[in-house]
Ligand binder design. Structure first.
Ligand SMILES: [Zn+2]
Length: 58
């Protein structure tokens, strides 16, 4: 049974926190206000660091 969209797509690299070096977790994805095929993947760390990665969808 495949689970639904709790993990990022396979080509999305999970970033590690520049402050602690641990893997950050995906908090949410937001559509870009200007480009319909761009998604912002918001990663967060327990220390409070957040990272915004842009993903282009086809
Ligand atoms: Zn951290």
């Amino acid at each position: 049974m495949p689970s639904k969209s709790t993990s990022p797509p396979p080509d999305t690299k999970q970033p590690s926190c520049p402050a602690c070096g641990i893997a950050m977790r995906l908090e949410r994805r937001l559509p870009d206000p200007r480009y319909i095929n761009i998604q912002h993947m918001i990663f967060g760390c327990t220390c409070g660091w957040t990272s915004d990665q842009l993903i282009a969808e086809k």
